[in-house]
Design a protein around this ligand. Structure first.
Ligand code: OGA
Ligand code: NI
Length: 346
């Protein structure tokens, strides 16, 4: 995919060919990271760092995952949603840490209200878990998971460099060889404004990075500079969403972006996500070098990713409140405060 000649394209950084954005959203070119000369790479890595720090959100192009594979993955997911309920029943009983889950809303056990969404979540790494039907889903999901995992690991290397660290530093600290990868398919049926439906309320993602693509229907919004911005993709690109674990390991230098999904009045909207987090048993904490250079030291305490994810997934979604359990405030780990004084469950 060549850089598109998009009417909204804006060159940043004094007309340099690297740093640029489309419709306001930073765009990172994976081809430059993989094949650029030293100067081009350096510039693109700085651009990536700014995108993570200022936005927590950007698009990637020239990423090597074929558009046909994106399409096939979404089609298979669509077919799963259209199966009769009894074919999906065993996955509809599943809890947040079960490897295959089909449901509505966010966590319908605690939502109270129903968000206008059907979803499929499947753990894809270290082991692929896949519903039995449709039968061809497994092969497509395996391919899709491998390709998007490779892409996320490539990005992680560049992000590590953008923080002034060795390329492998984050992957080593988080044991990403054994990373957790979750594939998520979302389907938002059309709903008119009269019923006030929302697809997914404001939240941040619990992992390190999420890659997202959608069918032709817009609806993803990200919060930037206090405003909601509709994310319009370059066809074939991925949106990259910085998640809570990157905010923790980067000691707050990179921010987990708040986002939400709206529904369309007329058309069904679909999105498909690959979320990568550390190995579930890894204790996630700020990288010591980054905590040392910060004025007030570590901004977050350590937490096992499994514990963090269970917490975030079992409660109502309240923006990025899950991060509060590891935030250090005035030298005290907030988790101790909330455990002693006020219940964190809502
Ligand atoms: C999510 C999410 C947005 C979308 O599933 O975490 O943010 O556009 N989805 O479906
Ligand atoms: Ni999300």
């Amino acid at each position: 995919m060549a850089r598109p000649d998009h009417p909204d394209r804006e060159e940043n950084g004094g007309g340099s060919s690297a740093a640029y954005s489309v419709a306001g959203i930073p765009v990172v070119d994976l081809n430059i990271l993989a094949n650029g000369d030293a100067d081009q790479r350096k510039e693109e890595i700085q651009h990536l760092g700014r995108a993570c720090a200022d936005w927590g959100f950007f698009m990637v192009i020239n990423h090597g995952v074929p558009e046909s594979l994106q399409g096939a993955t979404m089609d298979a997911c669509k077919e799963l949603f259209s199966l009769p309920t009894e074919e999906k029943a065993e996955y509809m009983e599943a809890g947040p840490m079960d490897p295959i889950r089909v449901g509505t809303g966010f966590n319908s056990a605690v939502d109270g209200v129903r968000y206008w969404r059907n979803y499929l979540k499947m753990f894809a790494h270290p082991e692929l878990h896949c519903p039995a039907k449709p039968a061809y889903l497994r092969e497509i999901a395996a391919e899709y998971a491998a390709r998007t995992r490779g892409l996320t690991l490539e990005l992680t290397t560049a992000v590590s460099e953008s923080l002034g660290l060795d390329g492998s530093r984050i992957a080593e600290a988080l044991n990403l060889d054994k990373c957790l990868q979750i594939l998520i398919g979302n389907h938002y049926p059309p709903a008119g404004p009269d019923i006030g439906a929302i697809g997914l309320p404001t939240h941040s993602d619990h992992g390190l990075f999420t890659l997202l693509f959608q069918n032709g229907v817009n609806g993803l919004q990200v919060k930037h500079g206090g405003e909601w911005l509709l994310a319009k993709p370059i066809p074939g690109s991925f949106f990259v969403i910085v998640g809570d674990q990157l905010e923790i390991v980067s000691n707050g230098r990179y921010r987990a972006v708040l986002h939400r999904a709206l529904v369309d009045g007329k058309q069904a909207r679909m999105s498909f996500l690959s979320l990568i987090g550390p190995c579930l048993e890894t204790v996630v904490e700020p990288i010591p070098e980054l905590a040392q250079e910060a004025s007030r030291g570590a901004k977050f305490g350590g937490i096992k990713y499994r514990e963090y994810m269970e917490h975030q997934q079992s409660n109502k979604l309240r923006e990025n409140a899950a991060l509060d359990i590891v935030r250090v405030q005035r030298g005290i780990l907030a988790r101790q405060v909330s455990m002693n004084n006020s219940p964190i469950n809502v």
